[in-house]
Design a protein around this ligand. Structure first.
Ligand code: WQD
Length: 322
């Protein structure tokens, strides 16, 4: 079976491509606006701007040429702060691109889609443990663009023979190898490593939350476990007649900022202590996945710990420093 991965040159996409290559023919579409070509080897690559109207025709050609049976749509922008400043760009790059891919899939009768969504669709959930049935109330354009994407996928699955799953990623971290590591300091572990590399103190955005140690709690999932969840999603879609569902991808266990940074200090051997600063606007105290559905439907369980995520991210930094 041929699988098309859009955004396959990205941090998460390239881990999916690397894992899929072991069992499938993989094709990558990417515009390399944030992805890096050197992350991908030995697969056909098409440099296509999925936001352009012309992309529907271009993607149709790719789907037909490679007899694609499943699409994993990863192409998107994912920086929350940036989405607040540039909402039009985020809706264009995250929702309009998806519409073009869906149009091409329908025209070429490609049956299966896995859509890269996010826990950001929940916004600031009321309960610490979030299930797929909980209210989706995004609090930034990034989360809203992902929720709109889910609605688009759901409605297309209802109207056509396409069968789809939206995967709601919780906090992704770690690296399968140094060259696939996340190089953009935009989330806790990458920001903390970037600070240490500059000889500065990692920041704890508030320690007065209603959590065990006062710092924010999140559900961290290793990027390789996330990649395997996408392959499990395709297997699930291949076997089920369900047209659409949304599935959380998380471990079901939270870790606090202080716990994660303590691991990093130990792994790095750094003597620089993290510094408590003001809260970051919009941050909820705790967001942890209810991972029942993914475990039951996909028979998927995470295999990596927070320590693995910190160690792999840190060793990628050492590799990058040469
Ligand atoms: C994690 C925790 C911060 C940096 C993001 C976005 C989105 C989504 C999931 C894909 C929070 C704290 C952070 C720092 C800190 N990704 N923090 N010091 O905001 O939970 O969610 O990831 O869909 O990108 O929704 O991730 O890594 O920014 O923050 O104390 O320097 O770490 O307050 O508690 P977040 P994050």
């Amino acid at each position: 079976m041929s699988v098309l991965v859009t955004g396959g040159a990205g941090y998460i996409g390239s881990h999916i491509v690397r894992m899929l290559q072991q069992s499938s023919d993989v094709i990558v579409v990417d515009n390399f606006s944030t992805g890096r070509r050197e992350r991908i080897t030995d697969v056909p690559i098409y440099d296509i701007d999925l936001a352009a109207d012309s992309s529907v025709r271009e993607v149709r050609l790719v789907l037909r040429r490679h007899d694609v049976r499943a699409v994993i749509h990863m192409a998107a922008l994912k920086q929350v702060g940036e989405s607040v400043e540039q909402p039009v760009r985020y809706y264009r790059e995250n929702t309009q691109t998806l519409a073009h891919v869906l149009e091409a899939m329908e025209a070429e009768s490609v049956p299966l889609l896995v859509f890269s969504s996010s826990a950001a669709v929940y916004g600031s959930p009321a309960a610490d443990l979030v299930s797929e049935e909980d209210e989706t109330k995004p609090v930034n354009p990034y989360g809203s663009s992902k929720l709109m994407g889910e609605w688009l996928v759901r409605d297309v699955a209802k109207a056509t023979s396409i069968r789809a799953v939206s995967l709601r990623y919780f906090n992704v971290a770690g690296a399968g190898s140094a060259e696939l590591a996340d190089t953009v300091p935009a989330n806790l572990i990458t920001l903390a490593i970037d600070a240490l590399a500059r000889g500065s103190a990692p920041k704890i955005f508030g320690d007065d939350y209603d959590t065990p140690d006062g710092s924010g709690v999140r559900d961290y999932v290793h990027v390789e476990d996330l990649a395997s969840a996408h392959i499990a999603a395709i297997d699930y879609l291949s076997k089920t007649h369900e047209s659409y569902s949304a599935v959380n991808v998380g471990t079901g266990t939270g870790a606090s900022v202080k716990e994660v940074l303590a691991e990093l200090v130990e792994v790095s051997g750094s003597t620089i202590e993290p510094k408590v600063t003001e809260r970051r606007a919009g941050d909820p105290a705790a967001v942890v996945a209810d991972a029942t559905r993914i475990k039951e439907r996909f028979e998927w369980t995470p295999t990596h710990s927070v320590r693995d995520m910190v160690e792999s991210a840190w060793s990628a930094q050492l590799h990058a420093e040469g």
